[in-house]
Design a protein around this ligand. Structure first.
Ligand code: SF4
Length: 319
């Protein structure tokens, strides 16, 4: 069961923010290579560049991605330079995520005039994965798809299908918007990845697991090839305040495990393609309730991500 939390608008979200971190428009703000189970069902490396660009115009209550963004439009030429430099820091990989803390097809974030240079830089990759708000569907997607030789995959934030919570996230998204976006992309030969949030404000531990699992189910019903589950976290100002007021509390690591177990059961029952469910393990230590068990529990989740197979939950008897 969900409980209400205060209504907020853009201004209320902005008022709680702290300062941004300093960023350089010619450099990604982070870069890494990590292994992921691919749509082919094998474990392959994925390069990820976290691009520095103009801030997302949406103001979701849970989002902290604005902290590493520019205040104004991204300068022309900056993103290709970031990709060129970022790739020079990483070993070769078959897939690449160009994550930009917002919407790749926002022309003020990634200038369309830079698409040809970006396409040339990502030519060695088989898959190019970008993120975009489900309501920002436009011809830029088709233009970019046609320029790259790789399979384009767009990650859409569904966040939750909880009908009490989704309208209150200030994301300006409905489930129908998500359905339409997934269909629009799939009928244009663009694969769909979906972000699902675990334990949004107003959700109890049990209801959070239930709604995350239902959200995964809906994403796969809409044709998503994979779902990535992200634990909600404080740090954007508003959620820190709500945590103090009792409207928000981060999920336990075991809840992430329970979502993955149930998500894998859903993915395993699908016929078409190779649906995958991942849980985001960035900073997962903070979700652990037993410091002694945390390393083994996170290692188990990492293996489950890679192999898409359920493992027992390692515990010293603490829970
Ligand atoms: S649409 Fe995505 S990037 Fe933009 S505020 Fe919402 S969660 Fe953050």
């Amino acid at each position: 069961m969900s409980s209400w939390f205060p209504d907020v608008d853009n201004e209320a979200v902005l008022r709680r923010r702290g300062p941004k971190q300093p960023v350089d428009p010619t450099r990604p703000y982070a870069w890494l290579v990590e292994a992921e189970r691919s749509a082919r069902g094998v474990i392959e490396d994925v390069s990820t560049l976290f691009l520095t660009n103009r801030e997302c115009p949406f103001r979701c209550v849970f989002c902290d991605l604005w902290r590493q963004t520019l205040d104004g439009p991204t300068p022309i030429g900056a993103v290709p330079e970031q990709i060129r430099w970022g790739l020079s820091q990483l070993p070769a990989a078959p897939h690449i995520k160009l994550y930009n803390s917002g919407n790749f097809f926002d022309p003020l974030a990634i200038p369309p005039v830079d698409y040809p240079a970006i396409a040339e830089l990502v030519a060695p990759f088989e898959t190019v994965i970008v993120e975009n708000h489900p309501r920002l569907l436009n011809q830029h997607i088709i233009a970019f798809r046609d320029l790259i030789s790789a399979q384009l995959e767009v990650a859409l934030g569904l966040e939750t299908v909880d009908p009490d919570i989704l309208p209150r996230l200030n994301k300006r998204l409905t489930i129908d918007d998500f359905r339409s976006a997934a269909e629009w992309l799939r009928t244009r030969d663009v694969d769909v990845r979906t972000f699902v949030m675990l334990k949004l404000p107003g959700q109890s531990e049990d209801s959070a697991v239930d709604w995350a699992v239902r959200s995964i189910e809906l994403a796969f019903d809409c044709g998503a090839h994979c779902c990535s589950v992200i634990a909600a976290r404080a740090g954007n100002g508003l959620l820190d305040e709500w945590q103090q007021q009792g409207w928000f509390h981060p999920p336990r690591l075991q809840s992430l495990y329970e979502v993955l177990v149930q998500g894998l059961a859903i993915a395993g029952g699908k016929d078409a393609g190779i649906p995958r469910v991942f849980v985001d393990l960035w900073d997962a230590e903070r979700l652990a309730t037993c410091p002694a068990c945390a390393p083994r529990q996170i290692a188990a989740l990492r293996r489950m991500n890679l192999h898409q197979m359920v493992e027992p939950w390692p515990t010293c008897g603490c829970e």
